[in-house]
Design a protein around this ligand. Sequence first.
Ligand SMILES: Cc1cc2nc3c(=O)[nH]c(=O)nc-3n(C[C@H](O)[C@H](O)[C@H](O)COP(=O)(O)OP(=O)(O)OC[C@H]3O[C@@H](n4cnc5c(N)ncnc54)[C@H](O)[C@@H]3O)c2cc1C
Length: 463
Amino acid sequence: MSKPAEELSSRIGGEVLAPNSDGYDEARAIWNAMIDRKPALIARCRNSGDVAGTLAFARQHDYPVSIRGGGHNVAGHAVCDDGITIDLSGMRGVTVDPDARTARVAGGATWRDVDAASQAHGLATPGGLISDTGVGGLTLSGGIGWLRSRYGLCIDNVLGVEIVTADGEIRRADEQENADLFWAVRGGGGNFGVITEFEFRLHPLGPEVMFCAPIYKLECGAEPIRFWRDFIVDKSDRIGSLVEFSTVGESEDFPPESWGKQVYTIAAVYAGDAEEGEQVMQPLRELAPMVTDFSGRLPYCELQKLFDELMPAGQFRCYWKSHYLSELSDQAIDDILDGVTSVPSPNTLSSIWNFGGATAEVPADATAFGDRSMPWMYSIDSVWQGAENDAANIDWTRDFWGRMQRYSHDGRMYLNFPGQGEEGDKLLRDTFGENNFRRLREIKAKYDPDNRFRFNQNIRPAA
Ligand SMILES: Cc1cc2nc3c(=O)[nH]c(=O)nc-3n(C[C@H](O)[C@H](O)[C@H](O)COP(=O)(O)OP(=O)(O)OC[C@H]3O[C@@H](n4cnc5c(N)ncnc54)[C@H](O)[C@@H]3O)c2cc1C
């Protein structure tokens, strides 16, 4: 073991890995197989004391720090070259208070952990679409899932956090205590410290929910999508939905004649009574002849794992980018249909997401996330295999994204789908809004003046 590893190891309870340690390569591997970063040390923290000890050590030896939750960040922010990676993946406990309808969730938990623990009491909080995405990264930049229509973004359900700031202090942040920090972490990402515990509000849901998923051939064209757009607009307080474009794989779930063909799924979840949801969403299943239909009533926990197989960890190289859209005009739909026909990889997905409902009710200055008036988002999730295909896939994504820019909602982008964040400060200013961005930089200067947490959508401290 190296000397720094020995020193850190003597200060914390969790395991410390250096480049020559057994298990180092497994510990630095994350969801996107393209990312190959080599931290000087990986601290596998077991509790907030370990996190505080690691941060004190980092400050003393001037190491930058990256934070690993579920490891799903596509830009690879969980790991850093030559710094210390604080690995929270061993901190996954969830404690539910069914009477108060709240859950305390450790900083390295995944949505699978939260859903299972809260559904045991017939409760849920909005999470992501894939069960092994980390609660930490997904929540801190907003958090967009099926329940956004009725219960808002993930951050809208955070009641408070335990956070270890760059100075090694363990603090509580909520509406009463360290309210500036509480405001900043709801949208500002991992810039302000390591969240060792989230407290979430829970809502009664399920156990059964209605999932709608008719699959139409791409050649069915714009009509079904236009119908979906008009149908959903006054139901955005109950239905979280997306139209997902994909290519059918050689799977026995699909008729063989559809293998290799491009399709789109009109996927939707009714956040309420399953039987009512089935009736309300029936028209979405009658728009054209279907390739197949995966619709049905199912347990909420099962719904939350449905897409996991499409997105296995560590097998694909990825580059994701998005636009919030001001409108979904007929022309925008035509441009999407045209753009996806040239997709270079059959594993790539892209999706039109609806907003409105509870998400739109929160004022722009209430959380760092910013303005909620975007009615739609278009995300391009480019996914492929082989380093030799990197350039073709990244170029295609950037080119298509560039062509969709004319529909952009004030240049704003979802900061969990930001490419490699190559737009820098401009992206952050546009996305947070001028006032929120200024306030975030001031709060960053107060809690992390040395920018110890810089492997993220980095908010530089105000001068
Ligand atoms: C397969 C897949 C599906 C996805 N689906 C959705 C979806 O449905 N909805 C959605 O909104 N997004 C989705 N995303 C995007 C996802 O929200 C981001 O990739 C997010 O960064 C993942 O969080 P993580 O904890 O797994 O990531 P990590 O890579 O572990 O962390 C990313 C960054 O988040 C910060 N962070 C993480 N945990 C903490 C913590 N406890 N304290 C402080 N900072 C922390 C750090 O800055 C860290 O570098 C998906 C991504 C993938 C790969």
